[in-house]
Ligand binder design. Structure first.
Ligand code: SOE
Length: 394
């Protein structure tokens, strides 16, 4: 452990992602040799009792109810935003202007206009040495980082096709209440922005290519749901009355990548039996690579240059010390899980702050994802026509 000045963290929000980020902040300094100590200084939420309980459970030194007061404090270096999307822009821009490094949960914002303002604020802050990062944590699953590295090394040759899907089923029950994730004013969009954003980011990350145009269809399968009685997250219970679901339940779209390759995407909360099934397969003229989050310690590689009769998808077990992030954990062959991505995210952010380099994904990359989400919505509204990702001329 280093004796350098600690980085003191304020986390705004304390739902499911608050729990996951807390694991990252707590674990990173114990497992990795960080260049700066990390202090979990304060967690912020509107309900004083609930946020105090979250602080005690997850190991934050204090809790508070006013994020503006916390951002103004001199003893805060990093602001970690895990609130619903409708407050990301306001908090992130205020934090950057107050000179705090910012980690913001995905998707970056609810609209392209908000994401643009955030990317501009991040760029201004960057000139003053302030770092910002979007929480697309799956980039930091060792097998996904390896997938990116292998494509960059030429393992699949020229990328010709990508198929990506993110399938969950937590909305199949029509009695599931109207959580904030089902309300456009809070979430921006539904399955598209929540989990479609992950596969858009992952496609851009692993291929190094942009998504230039899309055609898509969105569907809201259950149009009304019981209002929520207690809680606001995924575990809230149903109360009296019903309300309209104002976001998509499922999104299916195709994309043209910047090298001309074709990509297909599916994001759904109605894939009965699929709990958190993210898959991506990248096909090229020399080979193919496939990742499955339900088997996250593995990568499948098909080498077209292997001798005829000896070709076939082989499994790479991504649990060796030479693999990204793995050496700090367990001896070879000992698996990692969902929470490790959140720890790796902290490690990369702290390293970037300490070394004065830019962590990825930047707010500009978060904006690129937001532009794709927006184009899919515009395409769906325009009878699924091929729709340019570039903003329409006003
Ligand atoms: C809920 O759909 C959710 O928690 C997403 O918001 C996360 O980003 C994803 O990691 C798991 O599913």
């Amino acid at each position: 452990m280093t004796s350098a000045r600690p980085l003191r963290v304020a986390m705004i929000g304390y739902g499911f992602m608050g729990a996951a980020h807390s694991v990252g902040w707590r674990q990173a300094p114990h497992v990795f040799d960080l260049p700066r100590p990390v202090e979990m200084t304060v967690v912020v939420g509107r309900n004083a009792d609930a946020v105090a309980s979250a602080a005690a459970t997850w190991g934050w030194a204090e809790s508070a109810t006013e994020w503006r007061e916390v951002i103004a404090r001199d003893d805060i270096d990093i602001v970690d935003i895990v609130t619903p999307g409708d407050s990301h822009a306001e908090i992130a821009i205020a934090a950057l202007e107050a000179g705090k490094h910012v980690l913001c949960e995905k998707p970056l914002a609810n609209t392209v206009a908000e994401a643009e303002a955030m990317a501009e604020a991040a760029e201004r802050a960057r000139a003053r040495g302030i770092r910002s990062m979007v929480g697309f944590t799956y980039r930091r699953v060792p097998a996904v980082t390896l997938l990116r590295d292998m494509i960059a090394e030429g393992a699949v040759g020229t990328v010709q096709q990508v198929r990506a899907a993110y399938r969950q089923d937590w909305l199949v029950d029509p009695g599931m209440p109207l959580a904030w994730r089902l309300q456009k004013e809070h979430a921006g969009s539904g399955a598209l922005g929540d989990i479609g954003a992950h596969i858009i980011d992952m496609t851009r990350f692993v291929t190094g290519l942009d998504i230039d145009s899309v055609t898509g269809t969105l569907e809201t399968i259950v149009k009304q749901r019981p209002l929520q009685a207690a809680g606001s997250g995924l575990s809230g219970s149903a109360g009296e009355g019903v309300g309209d679901v104002t976001v998509d339940d499922a999104a299916i779209f195709t994309g043209r990548l910047s090298n001309g390759a074709l990509a297909s995407f599916e994001a759904t909360r109605f894939a009965t039996g699929r709990k958190n099934a993210l898959t991506i397969e990248v096909s090229g003229d020399r080979g193919a690579l496939a990742f499955d989050l339900e088997d996250l310690n593995s990568l499948r590689f098909y080498d077209r240059t292997a001798p005829e009769g000896r070709q076939g998808f082989t499994q790479i077990l991504v649990t060796e010390a030479v693999h990204p992030y793995v050496a700090a954990w367990w001896p070879a062959g000992h698996m990692l899980g969902y929470e490790h991505g959140f720890t790796h995210q902290v490690v990369d952010l702290v390293d970037a702050i300490d070394s004065g380099t830019d962590p990825h994904p930047s707010f500009a990359e978060g904006l690129s994802v937001q532009q794709v989400l927006d184009a899919v919505e515009r395409s769906s509204a325009a009878a699924s026509a091929w729709t340019s990702v570039a903003s329409p001329v006003p």
